[in-house]
Design a protein around this ligand. Structure first.
Ligand code: COA
Length: 353
């Protein structure tokens, strides 16, 4: 059995920076409110028609591939995590393959829809394929085009100030040393309150979850109502994501520490052995809570949400890319990745660099 090592990392963020002061001009909010509650100072948002999650993913992927010292032709499996894909279907994995010009390879392309935990879910899946020797170069990408789907009026301020666009990618390869690379991964989910953080419209639920489906404006005159998107959904601005922020916050500060400790225990390590934790960048206050609960030092906790906001599936690989740019990891260091988000889904990975 092999272990999985991260052989190359890349990131891409759009050029346009949107500061909290810029948001003040779009909605009733303030730099002070956003900084105090979330730690975010600015985020990158795409200009119209500039990129998509798949094209940003391809840009990050090209860097990761180059850093790994391979070519796109060497990739033998693609995993793409996003909640903001270009199309309802097909998935971003095949689009990424096309952007990289490797359609002649006929490799598998898998899409992961686990939102903020997407990267960890993708890593666990990739790890199984690498362990068994099935694949030698897996490309794992997390990318999000959030800004195109946010309500940037005052009505949507509780959610829209949090999210940014961007992409991160890693190339995963086998390593024979079983004390190197990914030591453990753990992934979990609990769908009890799946809609607490969700974008349910457009969708194929057809009113299934609603006591009164007339709120969606379905056409009752036919046996086969058009369920994906109705005019009423558009008119009532139901197409934007929904979040119960406090419920998410309370669950996140429990699940992050739980799953980090679970990973460390399995690997036979403690928090003292950890060089760095890269938490999914959901909210600086969540990360600070987690740091306090786990009694980690400032140097052990990496945060860059201040510059990027929450980039969901992209946040961990973007952060990892910056960690490496800043030279914060050395051979043999223990790195912990952890995520929590919509679903709820959560997970962790313990890695020896
Ligand atoms: N600017 C100014 N005021 C805002 C605002 C904004 N962008 N967004 C909401 N408010 C207002 C609310 O309307 C509310 O006003 P009211 O008291 O007059 O009703 C007030 O601020 C408090 O809102 P509330 O939602 O209770 O704030 P909060 O302290 O829970 O902070 C979050 C909101 C979203 C920052 C916080 O709940 C959070 O971070 N949750 C986790 C979110 C997250 O991480 N999601 C991704 C998971 S991967």
């Amino acid at each position: 059995m092999y272990n999985t090592r991260i052989a190359g990392v890349g990131k891409f963020v759009p050029e346009k920076v949107v500061t909290n002061h810029d948001l003040e001009k779009m909605m009733d909010t303030s730099d002070e409110w956003i900084r105090e509650r979330t730690g975010i100072e600015e985020r990158h948002w795409l200009r119209r028609g500039e990129e998509t999650s798949s094209t940003m993913g391809a840009k990050a992927a090209k860097i990761a591939i180059e850093k790994a010292g391979i070519t796109p032709e060497d990739i033998d499996f693609i995993i793409f995590a996003t909640l903001s894909p270009d199309y309802f279907f097909p998935g971003n994995g095949v689009l990424l393959q096309r952007h990289l010009g490797i359609t002649n390879k006929e490799v598998g392309a898998l899409d992961i829809r686990n939102q903020c935990s997407g990267f960890i879910y993708g890593l666990e899946v990739a790890d199984q394929f690498i362990k068994t020797g099935k694949y030698k170069n897996i490309l794992l990408v997390g990318a999000e085009f959030h800004s195109g789907g946010l309500d940037i009026s005052t009505r949507g301020r509780g959610l829209s100030v949090l999210f940014g666009d961007g992409a991160g990618a890693v190339v995963l390869q086998p390593v024979e040393d079983n004390n190197k690379g990914v030591l453990t991964t753990h992934i979990h989910s609990d769908g009890t309150n799946a809609e607490i953080l969700s974008a349910t419209i457009p969708g194929m639920h057809g009113g299934y979850y609603a006591e009164d489906d007339s709120i969606f404006g379905f056409d009752d005159s036919t046996e086969h109502p058009f369920v994906l998107l109705t005019q009423k959904m558009m008119d009532d601005n139901m197409i934007f994501p929904y979040m119960d922020g406090q419920a998410v916050f309370k669950t996140a500060v429990r699940k992050f520490p739980e799953v980090i400790i679970e990973g460390l225990k399995t690997a036979g390590l403690t928090t003292k052995d950890v060089k760095l934790v890269i938490p999914h960048q959901a909210n600086l206050r969540i990360s600070q809570f987690v740091q306090k609960i786990l009694r980690l030092t400032d140097d052990q906790m990496f945060n860059n949400i201040q510059k990027y906001g929450n980039t969901t599936a992209a946040s961990i690989p973007i952060a990892l890319s910056e960690v490496l740019e800043q030279g914060l990891l050395e051979d043999g260091d223990v790195l912990v990745l952890a995520a929590f988000g919509s679903g709820f889904t959560w997970g962790s990975a313990v890695i020896r660099w």
